[in-house]
Design a protein around this ligand. Structure first.
Ligand SMILES: Cc1cc2nc3c(=O)[nH]c(=O)nc-3n(C[C@H](O)[C@H](O)[C@H](O)COP(=O)(O)O)c2cc1C
Length: 357
């Protein structure tokens, strides 16, 4: 990258940061979900601005995540863009990979509102969205349109899959297979999500036998597309290690740890009781569980670290622990759309200067 372009990319981040400092107080006056919907509506414009600012990560930050190559170690976590409406914008904002979903076999409305809560002082969120999404078939059409138009991102796009609320756990395998069939060859990777806390019974699918049954069917159905398993931070260490073992035996390409927590760590005890907590107060618990996951994999498959990631130090720490890459969601709400490019820029600045420069 030429010096001039690099300078422009740094100012692009500053512009995004400045704009968000102005807009955030207004957004934070709105109900969190209304603010979310408003922001999703502006994604095409945000994407255009971001493309002008050239926020693509420094190529030296590209990282191997099993068979995939992330353009940088900070990827978008699932849940922000359930139906894949802003994939090109996430790429333009500098995410190293983009995970859309969770989608379910059946389209569903999710839980009654209000179901998303800010804990402003703690830089956290509590959500009990309950997989509101337009269903796997609608996502498949969106992804196919992107492919047909030749605008498929250069970064990997993953589809995160969950169980439809109306489907009993006994029929969960068929439900996940329906989603996989609809999305086959359309995503760059799949995530079997058995760890969201807001679908009754879902987390029971993390137990050994149900998980074996699910992955034994899902991995072959995905064909050549790699399948990751996303786990909860509320699993005891033994159960987490066991689930990682099942993932490896079943041919999963990697682990994503962690989802939101039902616990209320730190000073969040008085926060909204029902739902999963994410953001800064999740960080320590997620770190502890990521460590267990890393130990259980023994380097056989990669681990993507998620939970409270908010700055370059957080990412560097997870990479030093052995994670192949990281994801974030909540910090983006608090820090704004310049965050990812800023983290990647800070990480690139820490790389040794190549000889002769
Ligand atoms: C509002 C909201 C909705 C989420 N929805 C999903 C989801 O649909 N599927 C999923 O696997 N994770 C979902 N997550 C969890 C995130 O992907 C991530 O694992 C978790 O928030 C921890 O990362 P963070 O602290 O950076 O937010 C959601 C998180 C939030 C805050």
């Amino acid at each position: 990258m030429t010096g001039r372009l690099r300078h422009f990319s740094i100012s692009g981040v500053s512009v995004l940061d400045f704009l968000y400092r102005v807009v955030r107080p207004l957004l934070f006056r709105l109900d969190p979900e209304e603010a979310h919907e408003l922001v999703l509506g502006t994604l095409p414009v945000a994407g255009m601005l971001a493309r002008l600012a050239n926020l693509t990560p420094d190529p030296r930050l590209a990282c191997a995540v099993g068979p995939l190559t992330f353009a940088g170690p900070v990827a978008l976590a699932a849940g922000l863009d359930k139906d894949g409406v802003g994939i090109r914008t996430w790429e333009a904002l500098g995410f190293g990979a983009v995970e859309v979903g969770t989608v379910t076999g059946l389209a569903q409305k999710g839980n009654p509102r209000p179901r998303l809560f800010r804990l402003k002082e703690q830089h956290a969120l509590v959500n009990r969205m309950g997989f509101n999404n337009n269903g796997a078939i609608a996502l498949a059409a969106t992804l196919q349109r992107l492919r047909d138009s030749g605008r498929w991102p250069k970064v990997p796009v993953g589809a995160n899959l969950g169980k439809s609320k109306l489907v009993e756990n006994d029929n969960a395998v068929a439900d996940y297979l329906n989603s996989l069939k609809a999305l086959k060859d359309r995503a760059d990777y799949f995530v079997v999500n058995v760890s969201s806390p807001n679908t009754p019974g879902l987390r029971a699918l993390q137990e050994k036998e149900p998980l074996q049954r699910l992955l034994a069917a899902a991995v072959p159905e995905a064909g050549r597309t790699p399948v990751f398993l996303k786990l909860a931070p509320d699993l005891e260490d033994d159960a987490l290690a066991e689930a990682v073992g099942v993932a490896i035996e079943s041919g999963c390409a990697g682990i994503i740890a962690t989802n939101t927590t039902l616990s209320r760590p730190g000073d969040t005890a008085r926060a909204e009781q029902y739902g999963g907590l994410s953001g800064a107060p999740l960080r320590a618990l997620a770190r502890a569980k990521i460590r267990v996951a890393l130990q259980a994999t023994g380097g056989r498959i990669p681990v993507i670290g998620v939970g409270g990631v908010a700055c370059a130090d957080d990412v560097a720490e997870l990479l030093a622990m052995g994670c192949a890459a990281t994801q974030l969601y909540t910090a983006l709400i608090y820090e704004g759309p310049g965050l990812v490019a800023r983290i990647h820029r800070d990480l690139a600045a820490r790389l040794p200067v190549p000889a002769g420069k």
